[in-house]
Structure formats: structure tokens, C-alpha cells
Design a protein. Sequence first.
Length: 258
Amino acid sequence: MSSVPGDFLWYDVMTSDPDAGRAFYKAVFDWNMADPGVPGHEYTVLSVGSTGVGGLMRLPDDAKATGVPPCWTGYIGSDDVDADVKRLTAAGGSVHKPADDIPGIGRFAVVADPHGAVFILFKPGSPTPPGPGLAPDAPGNIGWRELMAGDMPADFAFYVTMFGWTKAEAHDMGPMGVYQLFAKDGVTRGGMMTKMPEMPVPCWGFYINAEAIDAAAARVTRAGGTIVNGPMEVPGGQWIVQCTDPQGAHFGIVAPSR
């Protein structure tokens, strides 16, 4: 787990059926899965080899009670979660779960940008040990982050204020608007655009790397998931599909070839 402030460092899928979720993601991405052994927390670490890329957990009852569906959520690194929560609310964001500690793991807060897209502020409890980590395009790693924003220009300004992100390339999508790439420390991390009116709420989405898109899409449907959109080629020559797992959590897959 990276601990770079302002950068995405972890991803969770919250599911209504953890056993079924583990079986699905194992079949699609062949992740290694392990219980970290945190007392009172049912949690599965998803790893490529020995490198963790995210986790799987049961959708909490309090989230379910407010209508939150199964979903993927991203963690953004923080040097000081409590201070960042104050900055976030001053910048128009909102707090879904106040700052709290996971013993032995770190401190977190569940928050949202000014138009409601949810993410988690997180400070790991201990420094990340040195190591090569995974290549950004390694199969099974999260390769792209995408915000379907309530108002892209306004929300981009919010993330600049919060995390120091900068603009990279922009792509004119015609009637769909501008797809603006964002960078952290000079490295492009993802993109954002104003959501289409038919999308119910602004949200973050995450694309998981695969070696070839058709084979990955076939694994999704074979394991009981659904292809919502694609395959399609995107600028830069990569291919994507947008999917839901059997419990309804949305995610994407990105690959360098069909």
C-alpha cells in the first residue's frame, strides 16, 4: 500500500455476499485472497502475488440502511485525516463517516466531494516497507480511476485544492463534453467528466488491468457478472469494458489489446 498523500492508495469492494464476491473476483482476476486477522472486521485482502491491491468486505448495515448499493470505493492518502476533513468541508465536501481508527491499520474518514462522489481519506498506521511494488499496468492492478462528476470544472477545482492534482490531456467527447485527465506529481492517474443526466449520482469508478479485453470480458460473464458497456477502444489505443459483478457493484477492465 502506497502512502503518498493525495494519491489513490487502496480500493475496496463492498458486497452483499462476501463468499460470492470472492469467488467471482478470483475467477475473473485470479487474485490471491487472505484474511488480515483484524479482530471484529470481516475483510479479505486482494493481492497480485504478495502485493495487496485492495480489499473485499460486507456492505455495512448502516450504509445499506441509507440506500448504498454494493460498490467499489477508493482510498486517497492523507498526512492528517482530521485536518483534511476540515479542509474538505470548508471546500464544500461532506462527511459520511467521521474520522476513526482501525487498530493497527490506520485512520480513515468516509467523505464526498461537493457533488456527492464518495471516497475515503486514509492515513496508514505504519510506513510502507520499501519494495518494488507493482507496475501500474500489471494485470490485476488498478490501472485507471474515473470520476463521473456532478460538474467537472467545479469538481476538478475541488480536487486541486484538496490534493494538488493537475490537468493532463483533455479529450473533446462531443455532446458528452470534455474528458479531462488528471495527474499527481506529473504522472497521469485517471480522468473525469461531467456525468450524463441518466446517471443517478456522481461517482468514482475504477478499471482493473487485464492482458486482453475479450478474454477478461468472457471471464466476467462466465462467472455471473454483466458487461454493461464495451468492449471499446479509448484514446491511447487501450480497450475497456464496463461491468457489474453478480451483486451489482460496478467496475471496469482495461487492457492493451482485444
